[in-house]
Write a protein that binds this ligand. Structure first.
Ligand SMILES: [Zn+2]
Length: 470
């Protein structure tokens, strides 16, 4: 190697090192973190391989120690938390009990919206890497903005890899991803479908295109793996039955983002002869739970997040449905402590596989139906409208009343002006690709249906898919 090459290599190493968390991140002792993102995400698998078999109470003890670090840091450097964490932050190291933890008030989506910069740490630990914004569309029509760090993205990659390893995916195989399109000009030159390792080709189809077109392209691409939202999957299977063609090489479908109804798993098995593997994630938290490699249970990724499922303040038992409250173990830039994300889940019993990672049977209440066009086409209603940037909109809900008319329900601090309504109308027409007749309805708060379901979008016209009740 010439001297010039050596210098270049040294420079490159230096650049990589500055963006990655370091071994000496002061607030970090479990799981242990070493420099270099990729080797790290792999090295973590070794620790995950062991911690997944720990008993639930041992996982919880580790989590509480970790959370105490987050609490101390938040109380000292995040204005929003100074008072609310005062009691919990005064404890000796290792003294945080579950009881003391449960006395901390919930952090609601409205709190995050209202707190703004007051929820950001004034001094995120330097060793946690670069801080960047994360925006979530949310499952309750109430978008929030938080911050992530090099460390949170490392953990996110590591948990994503764990899912691939659990399900023994062949990294050489071809993948089709049907989801929100990359912003124009930001498509990666060499798309891959797993972090850290090289993979076979990954093709992304824009989920906002009509199901009929997506189905044709899927059959043509004929991948081994498909990743998309459950209701888009249901639409694709229905369409594939209609046209009498299926993606022949498909081995497995991965779903995310919505409630996966058992009926959709059954459709995929019956018509495409493939299993569906579900996951539960949120933009602001990353992966929360992965489907077990042996059953359909969702295992919480306890090394990264503490999940409480509550009915009021009461902890739900297996079989019961409650509100999901999350505490992120590694986010010191925007600490999320007892975050009431707005999702509901059914608690599962201990999994027959023997892993100690706690179980959710399923996430409920993230429902979405397909939009129906006057010409009969159906498509997934794009969720990221960004209309909250136009006016002070706290929540929104779209209901397709007829093939021509959509009700736009907005929870606002004041009704929109004529020009703002026109702008919202223009955004919706652009995103939904049709000039529907938009009817504005103003309310103070958009509440869930009695069964706990919340719809960002619902169609009273769509008849698909047929689902079992929760
Ligand atoms: Zn299991």
């Amino acid at each position: 190697m010439t001297r010039k090459q050596k210098r270049k290599q040294k420079q490159k190493r230096k650049q990589t090192a500055t963006s990655a968390p370091t071994a000496h991140a002061p607030l970090f002792n479990w799981p242990v973190i070493q420099p270099s993102q990729d080797s790290h995400a792999l090295a973590l698998q070794y620790q995950f391989d062991r911690s997944q078999w720990w008993q639930e109470k041992d996982l919880l003890a580790h989590q509480l120690r970790r959370i105490q670090n987050v609490i101390d840091h938040a109380a000292a450097t995040v204005p929003f938390y100074r008072d609310r964490l005062a009691a919990a932050a005064r404890l000796k190291a290792g003294a945080l009990t579950l009881e003391a933890f449960r006395a901390i008030p919930f952090l609601t989506r409205a709190d995050i919206q209202d707190a703004g910069a007051a929820l950001a740490s004034r001094t995120p630990p330097k060793g946690h890497g670069a801080v960047f914004p994360v925006r979530s569309s949310g499952s309750t029509g109430r978008p929030v903005k938080v911050q992530g760090t090099g460390l949170t993205s490392l953990l996110s990659n590591a948990f994503t890899m764990r899912g691939h390893i659990w399900h023994k995916r062949n990294f050489d195989a071809k993948n089709v991803d049907i989801r929100t399109a990359f912003p124009a000009g930001q498509e990666p030159a060499h798309a891959k479908w797993a972090p850290v390792v090289a993979t076979g080709p990954s093709i992304r189809f824009d989920i906002a295109r009509p199901i009929s077109e997506l189905c044709d392209d899927l059959v043509q691409a004929d991948p081994a793996y498909l990743q998309t939202h459950p209701n888009t999957l249901a639409g694709l299977i229905e369409r594939s039955i209609e046209i009498g063609a299926a993606p022949e090489s498909l081995r497995e479908v991965r779903t995310f983002g919505e409630t996966l109804e058992p009926a959709i798993r059954a459709m995929a098995r019956e018509h495409w002869n493939v299993p569906v593997v579900d996951s539960y994630s949120a933009m602001e938290l990353g992966i929360i739970a992965h489907q077990c490699p042996e059953t359909t249970s969702l295992h919480i990724q306890s090394e990264g997040v503490l999940v409480e499922v509550l009915d009021g303040d009461r902890v739900c038992r297996p079989g019961e449905v409650g509100r999901v409250v999350l505490t992120a173990l590694h986010n010191f830039a925007t600490p999320l402590i007892r975050y009431d994300i707005g999702d509901y889940a059914k608690v599962g019993a201990a999994c027959s596989c023997g892993r100690g990672l706690p179980v959710l049977d399923r996430v409920v209440g993230r429902e979405r139906t397909l939009l129906v066009y006057p010409n009969g086409d159906r498509q997934f209603p794009e969720a990221r409208y960004g209309i909250e940037r136009i006016a002070p909109i706290r929540q929104f809900q779209l209901t397709q009343k007829t093939v021509e008319r959509i009700e736009v329900k907005l929870a606002v601090s004041r009704p929109l002006r004529g020009d703002e309504e026109a702008e919202v109308r223009a955004v919706l027409t652009d995103r939904l690709r049709y000039a529907f007749d938009y009817e504005f309805v103003y309310v103070d708060e958009i509440t869930r249906a009695a069964n706990g379901k919340f719809f960002e979008f619902q169609s009273e016209v769509s008849t698909l898919p047929t689902r079992a009740d929760n």
